[in-house]
Write a protein that binds this ligand. Structure first.
Ligand code: FES
Length: 288
């Protein structure tokens, strides 16, 4: 006989022993008799009342057949209160009483409430758990670098930023020669340039003042917030209004295999108000 067979036989034996134990306890509890201090059902109360009535009726007959001497003695003795079985109470433990209907309902309610609480906790956790794949907060492919540049850079030298909703970003170009000495120098906020082509940046659409979505304004070549009038040029540098800094931006990189621009929407980079601007603003009438 192998060790596995012995193990399985042991498990079966233990299970049988446990089953026998449970059945024994259940039978013993069911056969327990005697007065208890729990709630009496209507049948028991009615039975007790009937027994008391019969006893009182029998006591009257007994007094009638007493001898005169005994009757005198009995009359002289103080009358004892009638025996009432309902007053006979004995304290028993809760295990002896077993599970009453009330405790059963109480426990059921507790179990239901516990299940509900557990489900609520799991649902809340699932809702709050960060998405690990896809969606805002993760790396997002916003398109091929060359295609993006062709779409954004116009023939007359003006810029039409491309908005990518999935990345909540405005994609804008910045020439290589504008970066040294700017507030972006040394930061991983541009990619895809070189060979005379401008780099690309991904500006977060949120206004850094109070979080309104900032639309682009092609006539002025800038971003102009409709909420409180903050203005930024097309590189997201602060120009005017209550905004405390430049527009926030995301770290970007180019996928070496596909040539796609990847926006790291989980990596927000802040920069202070620019002292030296890298692009002129406004270049035309404002939109707000
Ligand atoms: S939220 Fe944009 S200026 Fe206030």
């Amino acid at each position: 006989m192998t060790a596995t067979t012995l193990f399985i036989l042991g498990l079966v034996g233990a299970g049988l022993l446990a089953a026998v134990g449970i059945v024994t306890i259940a039978v013993r509890r069911g056969s327990q008799a005697g007065p208890i201090t729990g709630e009496l059902d209507r049948l028991a109360v009615r039975r007790d009342r009937q027994a008391r009535t019969e006893r009182e009726a029998g006591g009257g007959t007994a007094v009638a057949v007493l001898a005169p001497a005994e009757a005198e003695e009995s009359a002289a003795a103080p009358e004892e209160p009638p025996h009432d079985p309902l007053l006979e109470r004995e304290t028993v433990s809760s295990s002896e009483m077993g599970v009453t209907r009330r405790s059963f309902f109480n426990r059921s309610l507790l179990v239901i409430f516990g299940i509900f609480l557990g489900q609520f906790a799991i649902a809340s956790l699932a809702f709050l758990w960060p998405k690990l794949k896809g969606g805002f907060g993760t790396p997002i492919n916003v398109g091929n670098v060359d295609d993006l540049r062709a779409e954004i850079l116009q023939g007359d030298g003006s810029i039409v930023p491309k908005f990518v909703a999935a990345a909540q970003s405005w994609i804008v170009p910045i020439p290589d020669n504008a970066i040294p000495g700017s507030s972006f120098e040394g930061l991983p906020v541009f990619a895809g340039g070189g060979g005379g082509e401008p780099e690309l940046m991904a500006l977060w659409q949120r206004c850094v003042h109070l979080g309104c979505r900032v639309p682009s304004c092609v006539p002025s070549q800038g971003f102009e917030c409709p909420c409180h009038g903050s203005r930024y040029n097309f590189h997201g540098e602060y120009e005017a209004g209550p905004a405390p800094r430049n527009m926030d931006r995301f770290a970007v990189e180019v996928d070496g295999d596909t040539g796609a621009l990847i926006v790291q929407t989980g990596q927000v980079i802040q920069t202070p108000r620019a002292k030296t601007k890298t692009i002129r603003y406004p270049q035309g009438p404002s939109c707000v």
